[in-house]
Design a protein around this ligand. Sequence first.
Ligand code: ZN
Length: 141
Amino acid sequence: MDECVFCKIAKGIVPESVVYNDEKVLAFMDIQPVNPGHVLVIPKVHASGLSNLDEETGAHMFKVGMRVADAVKRSGVKCDGVNLLLSDGRAAFQEIFHIHLHVIPRFEGDSLHIGFGRKYRPKPERNELDRIAAKIRDALH
Ligand code: ZN
């Protein structure tokens, strides 16, 4: 079975332009950047999605993402804002099934567009929000 590409990167088998490396996560340049300075933060353990990533590693990945975002802003790369983006599942545009956090420098007029689809609708009623909140609360327990 072919090992996943991010596992190979985490093990140093596939060369990457690394910006940060510790025992749990690796941060490196996206080879197909949305904008210059686009970094990916990955856990070194294989986890296809959020549901099979341990919380401690997930929290660490986010912490490193925050640090990288701050560094990108101070690096001289064109960066007026940052999107931290994590896609979990095909419907959320996940393409590589080894979870990863995008750190994307943003500026006015860049190539990334995040918009609302045609099905975006007016605000739901409070009782609908309460009903859905109850389902999620139940699932949290
Ligand atoms: Zn993997």
